[in-house]
Design a protein around this ligand. Structure first.
Ligand code: NDP
Length: 447
């Protein structure tokens, strides 16, 4: 009842922000059992407070292309919730970005960061700038202009952004350089930095590895492992690349990758020099995944997503591209073809009815806010190294990441069990993430 009223208010206040409505509905509906047991949350009006960002910043980002033409994009930073730590969350550069996307991502980030066990609040930002087809110099001028406004809102103890779609090492570098030029301070205001200037080993790998570790934990509960499993992965960016590598290391076979133009299907597995090719294609040459099909003589499916192109069984699905990229019909196809686990590398990639279908059909379903939390957890580990002025080995960081993913799995499973939905990681992750933030908000009074 209260939940429905809050959702209605959210929709009435910002009717066009449909991705944000979806994220709010998914969280609030699943924490209803907690509200029944904990009337103090309703008394403190936590629901209405938690769905309203503490601060929303929108700004103009003018930049000049290589021909001297001036363009204007819109920049965003939503500082959503600082109850348990400084705002933390990525920056997304994609033409689809608007306030509804940034708010959905920022809202998810609150609970994800809480689940990691590290002191990080929730935030998110970005711009509707499209890096595709832009020269390095154009991307640099855009990033400098973006940071020329963002710098005044962030700080090592205030707000520490990171990468997301369209923001990798190159963009973080250009933004960091501009921050330093303006402020004359070398400090930990971004994560995903280069290894020579404060970055952490294993940060690039963290989200993809973490989503794979989470899937491994879910499979262990079923008495299964990745050994000899056929795995469909979508996307071919940072998360997809390292999920592929980790699945290969654990004995599985990744047979699909995609980008926004289409998907490839390689029944022999994307491994060895084929994986190296994807890394060079996407991170250096910035080309399209179709070139993989041309190079290795496998099938390319223009405009299709990976979920229905595989011939035969798919045991594990890992959506690692973007929001709402796996629908109910595709979920039905996956279940009919032997899918036992879904681990979301991306944020909210599975539509709500498809998620329900997986859960009803006993597929182990790892929601993004739990399964892809390894990225931000390792950003937290990068911040720790910056604070004490050291850098840890790859093995040490990877070990911490692995342990955090095991803990998130354990805590989500325990919360689901405690509140009457055993095996439901969606409910478990939302409840475990929510309670810590809600309790902290109560401790800190009404503001
Ligand atoms: P990248 O920019 O490195 O890669 C994104 C990939 O997804 C590309 O293959 C891209 O294809 C594809 N993609 C993007 N938008 C669309 C779309 N609208 N339709 C189809 N395909 C699309 O981003 P990341 O790998 O970093 O991020 C992927 C997902 O993981 C996002 O949901 C992000 O929020 C989430 N995530 C990322 C974290 C990180 O540490 N990087 C942490 C936690 C979550 P194309 O090149 O054609 O656009």
């Amino acid at each position: 009842m209260v939940v429905e009223q809050v959702i209605e208010k959210v929709i009435a206040r910002d009717p066009d922000q449909k991705e944000f409505h979806q994220a709010v509905r998914e969280v609030l509906e699943s924490i209803e059992p907690v509200l029944q047991k904990h009337p103090e949350y309703l008394k403190a009006n936590i629901l209405e407070r938690i769905v309203e960002p503490e601060r929303q910043i929108i700004f103009r980002v003018p930049w000049t292309d290589d021909n001297g033409n001036i363009h204007v994009n819109r920049g965003f930073r939503v500082e959503f919730n600082s109850a348990i730590g400084p705002y933390k969350g990525g920056l997304r550069l994609h033409p689809s970005v608007y306030m509804g996307i940034i708010k959905f991502l920022g809202f998810e980030q609150i609970f994800k960061n809480s689940l990691t066990g590290l002191p990080m609040g929730g935030g998110k930002g970005g711009s509707d700038f499209d890096p595709k087809g832009k020269s390095d110099a154009e991307v640099m001028r855009f990033c400098q202009s973006f940071m020329s406004e963002l710098y005044r809102h962030i700080g090592p103890n205030t707000d520490v952004p990171a990468g997301d779609i369209g923001v990798g090492g190159r963009e973080i570098g250009y933004m960091y350089g501009q921050y330093k030029k303006i402020t004359n301070r070398f400090e930990s205001i971004l994560t995903g930095k280069g290894l020579n200037w404060g970055g952490s080993l294993a940060r690039s790998e963290a989200t993809g590895y973490g989503a794979t570790y989470f899937a491994e934990e879910m499979m262990k509960v079923r008495g299964e492992s990745f050994q000899d499993k056929i795995v469909a992965i979508s996307g071919s960016g940072n998360v997809a690349q390292y999920a592929t590598q980790k699945v290969n290391q654990l004995g599985g076979k990744v047979v699909t990758l995609s980008d926004s133009a289409g998907s490839i299907y390689d029944p022999a597995g994307i491994v060895g020099e084929k994986w190296d090719f994807v890394m060079d294609l996407k991170n250096n040459r910035r080309g399209r995944i179709k070139e993989y099909a041309d190079k290795f003589g496998v099938q390319y499916y223009e405009g299709k997503r990976p979920w229905t192109i595989v011939d035969g069984a798919i045991h594990v699905a890992m959506p690692c591209a973007t929001q709402n990229e796996l629908n109910l019909a595709e979920a039905q196809h996956l279940v009919n073809n032997g899918c036992i686990a879904v681990s979301e590398g991306a944020n909210m990639p599975t539509e709500m009815d498809a998620t329900d279908y997986f859960i009803e059909n006993k597929v182990s379903f790892g929601p993004g806010k739990a399964a892809n939390a390894g990225g931000v957890a390792t950003s937290g580990i990068e911040m720790m190294q910056n604070h004490i002025g050291t850098s840890w080995t790859f093995e040490k960081v990877d070990e911490q990441l692995h342990q955090i993913m095991i803990n998130i799995h354990k805590n989500s499973a325990a919360a689901a069990e405690k509140f009457g939905s055993p095996g439901n990681y969606v409910v478990g992750a939302n409840i475990a993430g929510f309670m810590k933030v809600a309790d902290s908000m109560i401790d800190q009074g009404h503001w």
